[in-house]
Design a protein around this ligand. Sequence first.
Ligand SMILES: Nc1ncnc2c1ncn2[C@@H]1O[C@H](COP(=O)(O)OP(=O)(O)OP(=O)(O)O)[C@@H](O)[C@H]1O
Ligand SMILES: [Mg+2]
Length: 244
Amino acid sequence: MLIELFNLTKNFKEVKAVDNISFKVNRGEVFGLLGENGAGKTTTLRMLATMLKPTSGKVLIDGENLLDEPEKVRSKIGILFGGTTGLYDRLTAYENIEYFGLLNGMDKREIKYSINNLIKDLDMNEYINRKVGKFSKGMKQKVAIARSIVHDPKIMFFDEPTSGLDVTSVRMVHKFIDKLRKSGKTIVFSSHSMKEVDKLCDTVGIIHKGKMAEVTSLFDLRNKYNDLDLEEIFIEIIGDKNEH
Ligand SMILES: Nc1ncnc2c1ncn2[C@@H]1O[C@H](COP(=O)(O)OP(=O)(O)OP(=O)(O)O)[C@@H](O)[C@H]1O
Ligand SMILES: [Mg+2]
C-alpha cells in the first residue's frame, strides 16, 4: 500500500471539513476523490500534501508517517492545486518550471530533459519561452501541471486538474494522466465529474459533507448499480447519505 489514511479529520472551528475518513491507495493506482462543492476534497488533498495539519488521524505515505516525516514525504510527491497557480508572472513558462526543479534539488541538465518531455506531452511549445503573466487560464494550468511534476515524483496529488479548461485541454490533461499511470505513477485527484472519474480512475472515493460515502472500484460500482448512468449513481449514493 503506498498511501493509507486512518480516520483522518480536519475541523475548522465548528466546521467538520473532513470527518474521520479512511482509505488506501495501491502503488500504480489512480484514485479519484469525487464530491460536490464543499465536500472536503481540497482539505483532504492539502493534508496529504503536508500543507495542512490534520486535527486527528494518521497518514502513511510510502511507509513514512506524514506527521513525523513531512520532509521525506514532500520529496516523493508532486502537488497541483487549483485556483491560484502561484506562477511568477515575470518569468517565462520555462523559467517557472525550472525554478521549481532547482528547488527540488535537480541540476539544469536534468531539468532541461524533463521540461522537454513535458513540453511535448502538454503541447506547450508555442509559449514555453513567453512570460506567463498574460497567459490564458488553460495555458497557466498546463505550466502549473508541468511544474508540479518536473522532479518526477512517484506520487501525485492533483486538485481538480481540469477545472476551467476547454475541451481540447481537458483531453490533453486526461491523456497525460493516463500516460503517468502507464508509467507506474500513483495519482490521487479530485473532481466534480463522475464521467471524468470513470474515464481515468481505478478506484473512486465518494466524499460527501466531509465523510467518505463509498470507496469502490469503478468496476464494482457499475455492477452494483448496473443500469444507472454515472451521474445518477453519484446522486443515488449521496442522496442515500442525506436521508440518514
Ligand atoms: N481554511 C479554511 N477555514 C475554514 N473553513 C474551511 C477552510 N478550508 C475549507 N473550509 C471548509 O471546509 C469545507 C470543505 O472545503 P473544501 O475546500 O475541502 O471542499 P471541496 O470538496 O474542495 O469543494 P470544491 O469542490 O468547491 O473545491 C467547507 O465547508 C469549507 O468552507
Ligand atoms: Mg476544492
